[in-house]
Design a protein. Sequence first.
Length: 202
Amino acid sequence: MWRLATRDGDTATTRSDTRFVSRLARRLVLTYTRRGDAIIDFDGDTALRDAATATTRTYVALTRRDKIATINRLIRPASLTILRWPRDGLAATSAETADLLLACQFITATAPSTLAIISTIQADDTSTSHSPEVGALLDAAAKARFRHQQRILALPSDDDSDTYTYFPSDADTDAALNTWRDTTRPGVRIDVLRLTTSGAPR
């Protein structure tokens, strides 16, 4: 469970949700990549692009399927691939999900790497687990030889500090979610499913 401060950016002009997303993007980049690594983003997210640029990583937006075949032109293999779920304008059919994961497999085939599947959840969503669509995605990921390593629950912190709780109990998770929902302006929470290629050392 990552509790992240919303202090990044110009607080006079930037919404707290935007600062929270920016801070999470930077944390993912610093945790799962090294300087000079490549980051693949299927959605062209500006927060991730800025985090990659600021930390001297190579950022590649793959927002069109026909660009996937050119990915082998990267000088370094991708060590982090970001995929948002559910997909905008894409029905979660088994065939489309399989195609998407095969593309991720192609991108990450040359080196151990992390695939991060990100779901943004609004404060009025009371669920504590992933939707059936994400379950289908995980099944497809397993067939594409990705291993589900961990789930990261990212929440805006209620103060100006970052805290990281590893292996939180169910009671800790429920308490954090209840506190988040009860704040005056809770904003969004983000669930990150971290998957790795076989034998990944990270």
